[in-house]
Structure formats: C-alpha cells, structure tokens
Write a protein that binds this ligand. Structure first.
Ligand code: BGO
Length: 694
C-alpha cells in the first residue's frame, strides 16, 4: 500500500477523545492502514487509504484526539502542528473531517470552532446520532451546516449508518473554506499578536506566511512541546508570553469565554432537548455504579467475585495440570536411566515449568474478567470512582487508567502513562504503577495462600478475601507513595480531568476470548522460554558442585545456589526466611513468578526420589527447619506475601521505566524504594508477630 502519493488528497480526521474518530477511520480504511510514530515523540501516527463514493483515492490521517488546539500534551501538540503545517514529515492536510459526539454537542463544538478558524475545507461529522436520539435530542443538521458554512453529515460509526453520505461528501470537489468568523480578539491583543508574529518570524520559529493563529497557539499553550523550535527561540516565546500576560491579564480566559458564548448562541439555534433529560439504561446504572458509596461497595463485590472465581473455578483445571506434570515426571523417570540428564528433566524442567504453568487457569480467569469489565464500559467507571481517591493524593483519574492496566502487567501500564499531560503526574504514575499487583504475582500469592490456608480447610471465599486484601494493600501502598511523592518530592497542584463515559454495552465475547488467548499464549511462551531457562540455571546451581557421599539435602546446601542462599540468609533471617527462600528471592528479581519455579526445583533437587513428585504446596507446608519447627508458619507466609506485594522484582519493568523516564535515576529510585519498603514491612511483621507469640 502506498500512503505517500503526493497527488492523493490528504484528509485529517480530528475530534475530541472518544468522539468515535478511530471507529470511523477504521470503517473508512478497513485494513489499509499503517501505524508509525511521529519523529521525536512517542505519539502514534495512523495513516490509511480509502476511496470516495466516486472512486477517488484518498489518504486519511487519524490525528490524536484533543479538546482544544491549545496544546497541553505532546499528543495535542502534534495535532496542532499538523493542522498548522508545522511538521515537515507530514504535509498540511488538504481537508479536515471534524468528528463530534452529538450527545456532547456543546463541548465538542469548541475544538470545531478552532479548526474552522484554520480556513481549511472542512466536513463536520455528527457521530453517535444513536446516543443523541436515545436522549431525544434533535439537532438541526441543515441549519448547523448553514451557520458554519460547512457540509454536515450524521453518522453512527458502529453500525456504519451515514457512511455513504460521508463518502459522497468526501467526493465533492467544490468544498470551500468555512464561513465561521474568527473569534473576536480585542484590538490590543490582536496588535500584540501581530507584533509577536513578526518577531517569531525573524527568529525562524514560525512560517513567514503564517496567519495570526500560529503565534496565538504558540503563546497561549500551557505545557508546550514545540517540535523543531530551538531552546533559544523557546526562551523568546516565554518572554513574549510573559509580556502578553502582563499587558492583557486574563486575555486567554476571555478568548475561551468568547468562543463558548458564540457556541452557546449556535446551540440555541440548532439543538432541541426535551424539557426533562431522558433516562437511558446507562444513566440508571451509573446512578448506582458511580455513587460515592454504592459504587465503591459494588467495586469490592466485583473484585471479591473475581478472586472467588480465581480460587473456585480454577481449582479443577489446576488439579489436572498438576497431575499431568506429576505423571510426566514419573514417566520420564521410568523411561530414562539415572543420571544428570534425567535429574535435569525430572528435578529441573518439570517442577520449574510446572510450578508456573499450573496457574494458567487463574491467569485465564483474571484476563477474561478484566476483558468483560473493559468491554462493558465498567472499567472507565473505575477511573471515575477512583478519581476521588486519586485527587486526595494529588493525582487525577487519568493516572488511574495506566495504574489499572498495571494490574495485568506494569509494562503496558507504565507506557499508558504517556497519555498524562502533566510531567509530574506522569512521573508519579510511573513510579507507583508496579505497586498494582500484576498477573505475575498471582502464582506467588496463590501458592502462599494455599500453604497458609489449604483448600478444603477454608472456603474459597476466605482465600478470595486474603487475595483481595493483598490487592488492596498494593493499591493503598501506591496511593500512599503518590501522596508522599506529591508532598515531598515533586510539589504541584492536581490538574483537572475530563473523563468520557461510554454507554454500557453487551461485551463482545469473541474478541475478549481472542484477547485471553493472546495472553495465555504469552504466558505459555514465557513459561517455555524465560522460566524454562531460569529453571535449568537454578537446577544447575542447585546440583553442582557435586560432593561425594552427601545426602540430597546436604548436596543442595553445598551447591552454588545453596551457598548463595546461605550468603544472604543473615539479611533475610530477621524477616523469618531461611536460605532456601533466599534462593527463591534471588531468582525472582528477574521475574516474580520465578519464585514458584525456583522453589519447585529446589525442593525437587533436595528431596529423596520417592517424594519428589508431590505438589509444591504440600512440600512447602511440610518443610521444617533444622530445629524441627515449620519453615512456612502463618507469620512467615504473611511476611513473604507482603514482601511480594511491595518488592520491585521484574527486570523488564526496570528497563521500561528507564526508557520512559529517559534515565536510570528514576528506574533505580523505584527499585530502591519499593524493595526497601518490602523489606522494612516484612521485617516489622515478622518481628512484631514473633514478639507477640505468633
Ligand atoms: C468503546 N455510536 C455509539 N453508540 N458508539 C460509538 C459510535 C457511535 O456512532 N462511534 C464510536 N462509538 P473511538 P476516539 C466501548 O470502545 O473510535 C464508540 O477516541 C467499549 N470499549 O465503539 O475509540 C466506540 O478514536 C466498552 O466504544 O473514539 C468506542 O475518538 C463499552 O465510542 C467509543 C462501551 O470510540 C469511542 C464502548 C471497550
């Protein structure tokens, strides 16, 4: 596919976030799209091809969503720069398709009014007409078109209604510049902007042919990322901005108010609403699910159900996998003659990989549940519910979405923090994201909860309750540290948030299952590569050097791994851990779930042949210290669980944090503060618990 033919008209799709731009772009271009990054920034560039109703080839570019052309984030700066023709690698679009959410007409028209001022031929798409119709809103599209001087098309991007009309409009050769008048600028402000434009032209910061809009946006944005503007020119921009503010205090607010005044006038002419707002299913549900108290109670119930299912429904399949790996071990043991290679398979590969793969059913349930929450629209409500808590620690709900994805894995969570406008909020979100209990912690939690409260002895609801407690502890820890960082390290006020709530819908089970399958494959590939490799290493380190005449247990103690565990034992003994747990801790700094595989290998290597195939949980529960006492007492299990809630044990996350923050400083700070907290809390729990006689 060629997306760069210069003679094919380039059409930009712009609009507020969640107005349906991407759905419309996908509908128009199908699979004919290319995704890349804009040079110099981590903002996605999506270009595609389509044909107008008359068969004319068109190039479409899906620009980042924004509420205004006054850029506050790198995404919004890209939008502004492309529309102004300031990015050399992306030609200025020939036309603009402005997509708006009809059910939020007034707010969406704000950016439309700015786009119209650019003077590019524009088509207005009133999307989500179904939602507006449900509310019994009547929008007079003909009148709107006359007022703005641009064609207006009504669509439902989900069903494709209105698509043919849009393609017909895209075919029109006669699209003229819009007739919308520029927002009236007070004479003094206009003169000052003209003066600034002349100055900025001389420094080369703006085009020689540029209109007043370019200095207007360069001087009025809040957190600018100016592509291609040298530091010296930036200094000049800051100076001019300061002078504007001094000469005309509040000029920007006045401009915003003027725009809204004109939009209000326009809406009065084109929009008819019922006297009383119509209640949709979404508004009825939201009254409960977004309620400050009921919403929170509901959230706890939903999560309680999730963990109950994780323990109850997964129990059967986990038993089958456990039996399967046990049978595989016995089969290999019977098949091969004794020797190191047989040991490697029976005591290294099988228990190492098996110790992690057994948790596949729980991981599947976790991702299926997350998929349902996302696809029904409930996940966006969580950000709203948590906005209150987030604002208490100086962040806003926008940080909660990256934090929420970190419950699956911190890596996409840290990357999702790119959407946060304020650099301070973004950094704090990255620093706290790995405190959300990710899916790699699930196997460790589950194993230790199994040792603490074996299934059968307590109900799955109790196990679910403990799991919920661990997730809550991580979340509470994240909020606590966000508050600390906000207060002590990086001061600043919380920035306001605008959150879109999509209407609830039935989940698309097929696409959720596809997503779950992709996750399962990733989990299995990880078990078959990284975990397999580490299991082999741990087996070798636990088996060599060999000493004549030793029992398996003595052999383990004298092995490289045993010596490493013994070496760190003085540091971890105050937490209640023995040197074998120490080996597990060392292994799991690569990845958390390695704890299970390491313990699987350590106990398999150490045990005498007849009991080395027992389930790992039973081995841990029966493990005794040289003095005869149990190793995994309830206190030790709790101390270990808390350690895993807080410790930063994932090399991949450290690498991503380094990349996203651009320095080792923050990655190492995160490693230090999380692991330090884990150590301190586990120490306190064990010491205080022991002193109290537990
Ligand atoms: C979810 N009508 C309706 N009812 N919905 C629409 C229409 C329309 O005309 N057009 C788009 N949507 P994007 P941006 C979703 O993803 O294209 C929906 O940011 C959900 N997802 O399906 O992404 C569209 O590119 C779970 O909804 O917008 C999408 O502009 C529950 O509007 C949303 C409910 O569309 C945003 C909706 C997991």
């Amino acid at each position: 596919m060629s997306t760069s033919a210069p003679d094919t008209p380039l059409i930009a799709i712009v609009g507020n976030p969640n107005s349906g731009k991407t759905t419309l772009f996908n509908l128009l271009t199908g699979l004919k799209q290319k995704v890349a990054n804009y040079p110099g920034v981590t903002v996605e560039k999506k270009i595609g091809e389509c044909y107008s109703q008359h068969g004319k080839k068109l190039r479409l570019i899906d620009l980042p969503g924004a509420y205004s052309l006054n850029a506050r984030s790198p995404d919004e700066a890209v939008l502004r720069d492309v529309l102004l023709g300031r990015r050399p690698e992306t030609p200025r679009p020939d036309r603009v398709v402005c997509v708006i959410d009809s059910a939020n007409l007034e707010r969406n028209l704000y950016m439309v009014s700015q786009v119209l001022e650019l003077g590019l031929p524009t088509i207005l798409v009133l999307n989500m007409i179904d939602v507006a119709a449900q509310r019994e809103w009547h929008i007079d599209a003909k009148r709107l078109s006359e007022e703005l001087g641009v064609p207006v098309v009504q669509t439902n991007a989900v069903t494709g209604a209105g698509l043919i009309e849009l393609k017909l409009t895209l075919s029109r050769e006669d699209l003229a510049a819009p007739q919308w008048e520029n927002a009236a600028l007070p004479e003094g402000v206009r003169a000052a902007l003209e003066h600034s434009r002349d100055e900025l032209r001389q420094t080369g910061a703006i085009h020689t042919r540029s209109s007043l809009l370019e200095p207007l946006y360069l001087l009025s944005d809040h957190d600018p990322t100016h592509y291609g503007i040298a530091d010296s020119q930036m200094a000049r921009i800051h100076e001019l901005r300061g002078r504007m503010e001094a000469d005309f205090p509040g000029w920007e607010d006045a401009l915003v108010a003027e725009r809204y005044r004109r939009i209000e006038e326009l809406c009065a002419k084109v929009l008819k609403r019922p006297d009383q707002e119509i209640e949709t299913i979404t508004t009825k549900l939201d009254r409960i699910l977004l309620h400050p108290v009921l919403g929170f109670v509901n959230l706890l119930l939903v999560l309680g159900l999730l963990f109950f299912l994780i323990f109850k429904v997964a129990e059967g399949p986990m038993g089958w996998i456990e039996t399967g790996f046990g049978a595989l071990g016995s089969w290999v043991e019977g098949l091969m003659s004794p020797g190191d290679f047989r040991d490697l398979i029976v005591n290294g590969v099988v228990p190492g990989v098996g110790g992690v793969v057994i948790f596949l059913p729980q991981i599947l349930i976790l991702f299926f549940f997350i998929g349902i929450m996302e696809d029904t629209g409930y996940m966006s409500r969580l950000a709203f519910i948590m906005d209150w808590a987030m604002s208490k620690v100086g962040l806003n709900g926008k940080s909660f979405l990256p934090f929420l994805s970190s419950y699956a894995c911190a890596i996409p969570g840290v990357m999702a923090a790119r959407t946060i406008d304020s650099p301070k909020d973004r950094l704090i979100t990255i620093l706290i994201a790995p405190l959300a209990s990710c899916s790699a912690r699930l196997p460790v939690y589950s194993l230790l909860i199994g040792v603490l409260f074996p299934a059968g002895r307590v109900s799955a609801w109790v196990q679910a309750g403990i799991m919920l407690g661990l997730y809550a502890l991580g979340t509470f820890g994240a909020f606590f540290f966000a508050w600390v960082f906000n207060k002590c390290v990086m001061k600043g006020s919380a920035s306001p948030m605008i959150l879109e709530m999509p209407a609830y819908k039935m989940p698309a089970i097929r696409s959720i299952l596809l997503h779950v399958w992709q996750r399962a494959r990733m989990f299995l590939v990880r078990a078959g590569t990284i975990i397999l490799g580490i299991s082999i290493l741990i087996w070798a380190a636990s088996t060599y050097p060999k000493t004549q005449g030793d029992t398996s247990a003595q052999q383990m103690e004298h092995s490289f791994a045993g010596r490493a565990g013994k070496f760190i034992e003085p540091a971890i003994a105050p937490l209640g851990y023995d040197w074998k747990i120490g080996i597990g801790l060392i292994g799991s700094f690569a990845a958390r779930e390695v704890f299970n595989s390491t313990m699987g290998v350590v106990y398999a290597v150490e045990s005498e042949d007849d009991d080395n195939l027992a389930p790992l949980r039973d081995k841990l529960a029966g493990e005794r210290r040289p003095g005869g006492g149990l190793v995994y007492t309830p206190l030790v299990c709790i101390s270990l669980l808390v350690f895993y809630v807080f410790a930063m044990q994932c090399v991949s996350t450290v690498a991503i944090v380094r990349r996203e923050t651009g320095s080792w400083k923050w990655a190492l700070f995160q490693l230090g503060y999380m692991t330090g907290t884990a150590y301190l809390l586990s120490l306190l729990i064990f010491q205080i618990g022991s002193a109290l006689g537990f």
